[in-house]
Design a protein around this ligand. Structure first.
Ligand code: AMP
Ligand code: ZN
Length: 114
């Protein structure tokens, strides 16, 4: 998608701080971190939101979740804990419409969201 900021990051048209990359997934530091570690994990294929997952493309979720495990280990927060969050749509506050998971950790986050 030519006007998608995360597609531009994946294509290196916009700079980012890379954390992890495979053939299918890219992860980079969030520009506005909410915690000591705040990484965004995105599929390289443009998928607008969780709503756009289908039987044909949902296999990417395996890659995203395994990426999250590996990144948490690399950052040293696998044992202390972290949140893996997807915001889908306006009511959830989604601002970038390219599927992404926030991996947030490195501090006690206190009250649970749910
Ligand atoms: P969401 O609100 O769930 O759609 O999350 C979008 C996230 O993308 C926010 O946490 C932003 O801080 C982050 N973000 C937006 N632009 C960039 C960028 N150029 N580099 C890194 N993170 C970004
Ligand atoms: Zn995109």
């Amino acid at each position: 998608m030519s006007d998608c900021i995360f597609c531009k990051i994946i294509n290196r048209e916009i700079p980012s701080k890379s954390v992890y990359e495979t053939e299918k997934v890219y992860a980079f530091h969030d520009i506005n971190p909410e915690a000591p570690f705040h990484v965004l994990i995105v599929p390289k294929e443009h998928i607008g939101s969780h709503n756009e997952l289908t039987p044909d493309n949902v296999g990417i979720m395996k890659d995203i979740h395994l990426a999250a495990n590996e990144i948490a280990r690399q950052l040293g927060i696998a044992e202390s804990g972290y949140r893996l969050i997807n915001n889908c749509g306006a009511d959830a506050g989604q601002t970038v419409f390219h599927l992404h998971y926030h991996l947030v950790g490195g501090k006690s986050m206190g009250t649970k969201i749910l």
